[in-house]
Design a protein around this ligand. Structure first.
Ligand SMILES: [Zn+2]
Length: 396
């Protein structure tokens, strides 16, 4: 009959959807007893068994008998992501480019970084990524498959084609980064805003596990980005640009921001002022920032921490009142700033936000630390695999 798919197509679509459901659940859960999987997927035991069998054949999951099985009766097999499946994660920053190999279980296997003396141009980022992939090639050859590249970029990203309309800290306008990397590597490439990916990573594998209304703010060398999960769904806006808390007004008398406006959050709250007052070099790692903040007895450092927390609290108050989140996760240097005086930030937000909303919100530090954006970027590549488990191949 014209206009209607054949019944075989319908069955194929349903099977693909079910495979996708099972694979997504195993990916997020890491080690899932088959009985739990059956309950969660809502299909009967033998159907779930068939689906798991097909995913085992596709070498996307493995099944093992639990070690601690002492009881009489049939053990529930444990289903885990296949350790041979990895994705490449790329995070271009203004002072360097990081490439990582991330397992399908969300564990970062390898992280590699090249520093730059200034913000790299797009062609330079592509060349650095190619060089690092070449160096990783022997290691990648030991895995069954590399499913693709996910890129976490501090800037505005059009996710449909990986183009960058604007990355102000790099001075990039209208850069087809996704296409450039795909042409150069032969791998499928997905690009998204770094903070949006950080939010996903924290929700799947970090401090935000189980949270459905979450705001994640990430502070990096390129300023402050944010990701919002509302009702369990990432808030993207019409083009994927939503969540730019870094460019919301906190100081009417503030300095001009890279975005052209005045008094944005990131003109007041930034790691360069923090590094400056602590006497740290620009490429300092967050662990060293933590240590320096803990050890400092300087009143100038205390005053700078207090000043930055005050401006951060303005944005968090607005976020709490507008979005009514259950959890706010602070990553990057914002995590270090928070850890320097956690009660103070909680007090400043609670003092100013609407009582009913602020009572339900918890502020925590990101758990994934230096691996955050690697895990988040890899999720982009794994999302395609989970969408179509039988369709993704690897050139490695
Ligand atoms: Zn701005």
């Amino acid at each position: 009959m014209p206009g209607l798919p054949a019944q075989g197509d319908n069955l194929d679509t349903m099977r693909q959807r079910n495979l996708s459901k099972v694979l997504g659940f195993v990916h997020r859960g890491s080690r899932v007893p088959r009985s739990e999987l059956t309950r969660a997927i809502g299909l009967n035991r033998s159907t779930v068994g068939d689906l798991v069998g097909e995913l085992v054949d596709l070498r996307l999951v493995v099944e093992t008998v639990p070690n601690d099985h002492h009881r009489v009766g049939r053990p529930s097999w444990i289903v885990s992501p296949h350790p041979g499946v990895v994705a490449l994660a790329v995070n271009p920053e203004v002072e360097g480019v990081t490439v990582g190999v991330v397992g399908f279980d969300g564990v970062v296997r390898r992280r590699m970084r090249r520093e730059t003396t200034r913000a790299p141009r797009p062609e330079e980022v592509v060349a650095m990524v190619i060089a690092m992939i070449d160096e990783l090639r022997p290691e990648l050859a030991t895995y069954l498959r590399t499913v693709g590249i996910g890129v976490a970029l501090p800037g505005l990203v059009r996710e449909s084609d990986g183009a960058i309309p604007l990355a102000s800290h790099f001075g990039w306008v209208d850069v087809p980064l996704g296409k450039m990397l795909a042409d150069a590597t032969g791998l499928s490439v997905h690009v998204a805003n770094n903070a949006r990916l950080g939010a996903d990573a924290e929700r799947l594998f970090g401090a935000g596990r189980g949270a459905s209304d979450l705001i994640f703010l990430n502070g990096g060398p390129s300023g402050i980005g944010a990701g919002v999960i509302a009702g369990g769904i990432p808030l993207t806006g019409t083009s994927g640009y939503a969540g730019e808390f870094g460019h919301t007004l906190v100081n009417n008398a503030g300095d001009r921001c890279q975005c052209g406006a005045f008094g944005c959050l990131e003109t007041e709250v930034n790691q360069s002022s923090l590094f400056g007052v602590l006497g740290l070099p620009p490429a300092t790692e967050i662990d060293d920032l933590d240590r320096a903040l803990t050890l400092s007895e300087s009143s100038a450092v205390a005053a700078e921490v207090e000043r930055q927390l005050g401006f951060l609290a303005i944005v968090l108050r607005n976020a709490v009142n507008v979005l009514n989140p259950e959890l706010i996760v602070l990553g990057g240097f914002l995590g270090a700033l928070f850890a320097a005086a956690p009660e103070r930030l909680v007090f400043l937000v609670a003092e100013r936000a609407l009582g009913a909303s602020v009572e339900q919100v918890e502020i925590v530090r990101s758990e994934l630390g230096a691996n955050l954006l690697m895990v988040g970027a890899a999720e982009l590549a794994f999302a395609s695999l989970i969408d179509d488990p039988a369709g993704v191949t690897s050139p490695f």
